[in-house]
Design a protein around this ligand. Sequence first.
Ligand code: CMC
Length: 431
Amino acid sequence: MTDSNKSATLTVHGETYELPVYSPTTGPDVIDIRKLYSDAGVFTYDPGFTSTASCDSTITYIDGEKGELLHRGYPIDQLAGKSHFLEVCYLLLYGELPQAKDLEQFETTITRHTMLHEQMQYFYRGFRRDAHPMAIMVGVVGAMSAFYHDSTDVSDPHQREVASHRLIAKMPTIAAWAYKYHIGQPFVYPRNDLDYASNFLRMCFAVPAEEYEVNPILSRAMDRILTLHADHEQNASTSTVRLASSSGANPFACIAAGVACLWGPAHGGANQACLEMLEEIGSVDRIPEYIDRAKDKSDPFRLMGFGHRVYKNFDPRATVMKQSADEVLDLLGVENNPKLQVAKALEKQALEDPYFAEKKLFPNVDFYSGIILEAMGFPTSMFTPIFALSRTVGWVSQWKEMIADPQNKIGRPRQLYLGETTRDYVDIENR
Ligand code: CMC
């Protein structure tokens, strides 16, 4: 945060107040209102935090107008094209691209933390067989605090480091086992000779009855999906993790809160909702009907995978994802995938429609990701768990940054109260 010697003047109830203004390394200036209530006796009002910076951070930057996403300064398209998920994890966690020996050590550490405590199996077995994998994940991630007591003390930097590694390493196993339980197949244990994405695919698709060869095309595509979802600055689930951890709660409980928030269809649940929508539309000739519904204010229907709070031009992740969908389907020899055809035609027709242009609504990362995941063999119910597994490194990096920040204090928003003022209790017989 640079103190730019700039200030803003606010006049409230006839009194004038000077508010400090800070300039970030890039992006819009920020007005510091921390002393506003104590000095002027007023709050600011910003439901949905559309104009509020809740923290300072050095991890991820989004320029919504330019369609730019940077992790520690590196553009997402370069990371998706040249790097791989575990290197991006290192970058997010530690701030720099690793030297070869540091990367090797980090990969070894993550690989050697992928097994779950054996007793956690019994925890899985308590869920109904037809439970949604996200329901299982919310429970199992929270339950990690009951299994890994030696990494719950947030005041100890070593324990924080161990908790970070455990979360990143175990999340693929947790997600894969949620899937296996859901479909009634035996759990498959992780293997240390496989890379992160291949290990996850194997834990999802292998069965004890026969050998499973991971297709390198699918492994590369999975790695790219993980990379594209790794972090996204102060989105709803990340802010949830930060708010939960502001009370000093243990990291596993905080990340479980993030998983819960991600589940909603306006956030990580959009990939499942989007594929279901493409399936429901079914054919290109039905698209106009759905575009009309999305524009109709009396209809709650929205185009899923469309629109974003921050991106107002294009979502750079969607551009890479669309390319990847073409590549993966092509390499797998899936020709004329009907959902991809509907998706492309829907994108084209919506972008030509003045409603979407005026409101700056574009395809987001979730518009094409489901098509790739489905081609890989995942059911729609696994799309959001895969998002959760990718985003874990972002949640963990933001959580670590927050705990280490000396300004860290409990998050406690205020409100615009519109309820009754004081009134006397009335006995039940007199109401
Ligand atoms: N279809 C139709 N209209 C839309 C859509 C859409 N997908 N998204 C926004 N609008 C309209 C909305 O009705 C509103 O119109 P008006 O100004 O006339 O009231 C205007 O655009 C602004 O929408 P908003 O809801 O105020 O914008 P927001 O910034 O609060 O919401 C959003 C952003 C992503 C929740 C929203 O665009 C949406 O619901 N999209 C569909 C769900 C989705 O794809 N979510 C994934 C987001 S990317 C992955 C992630 O971060 O998890």
